[in-house]
Write a protein that binds this ligand. Structure first.
Ligand code: NI
Ligand code: MN
Length: 226
């Protein structure tokens, strides 16, 4: 799979020939000013929760690309009224898509849309394709529920974890989360965008390296093949 970072918690993954875009927040992010939003291609947009720093460019990209939204029931209903097609899930549920199976899993956080509409309960996704499987935690605290992911039989190639602290886990909890989900390749997201969530990159990478794990902290626009 090819991972492309668009800053904050926004990234796309080319997965078995399908383009999956996550949590589209690009235009207000000064660190992502070089990203051409209208050039982004997506077959599916996966949304973890309704907060502004995850949804701002969703309508624009969905309308540009005709992508199908995958999220919780409340968010899919909200965007459905705006003409965006979607597939609703809720916690513990999974569904088959042409690129693989998507399971909506627990996140400990909150979720309200920028206009004040209730955004359902926040979640994360486990995505299992023919060859590879990955986990995107969304915005979350560390939670024992993460242990269920390997227990349910998911063998992760990579885990994408928030790492900026303050609103989500910080680096120490993210190391523990990677143990809970039994994964040694971690891509960090949700850091450095705002002063509240600035982290020391070298220190964070050292914490993972100390456990024989690799933490990738990509530059905006950077790609990585996993
Ligand atoms: Ni959030
Ligand atoms: Mn957030």
């Amino acid at each position: 799979m090819k991972f492309t970072y668009y800053g904050h918690s926004c990234f796309s993954i080319d997965f078995d020939g399908f383009r999956l875009l996550f949590d589209p927040f690009i235009s207000p992010n000064e660190k992502a000013e070089k990203i051409d939003i209208d050039a982004i291609q997506a077959d599916y947009i996966l949304l973890t929760h309704g907060h502004q720093d995850h949804v701002v460019d969703l309508e624009r990209i969905a309308k540009n690309t005709g992508a199908t939204l995958i999220s919780n029931y409340e968010l899919v209903s909200y965007y459905g009224e705006k003409g965006i097609e979607g597939h609703p899930l809720n916690h513990g549920g999974s569904a088959e898509f042409p690129f693989g199976r998507v399971k909506y899993v627990t996140a400990i956080h909150s979720s309200v849309l920028p206009d004040g509409t209730y955004g359902g309960n926040p979640g994360g996704f486990v995505i299992e394709g023919k060859e590879q499987t990955f986990y995107f935690a969304g915005d979350t605290a560390l939670t024992y529920d993460m242990k269920l992911i390997p227990e349910m039989g998911f063998d992760l190639d990579v885990a994408i974890l928030p790492i900026g602290d303050n609103f989500t886990m910080g680096p120490d909890e993210a190391v523990k989360a990677s143990d809970f989900v039994q994964c040694n390749q971690i891509i960090g997201v949700h850091y450095d965008t705002f002063p509240y969530i600035e982290i020391d990159h070298e220190e964070a990478k050292k914490k993972f390296a100390g456990k024989n794990k690799t933490l990738y902290l990509l530059a905006v626009g950077e790609q990585i093949e996993i």
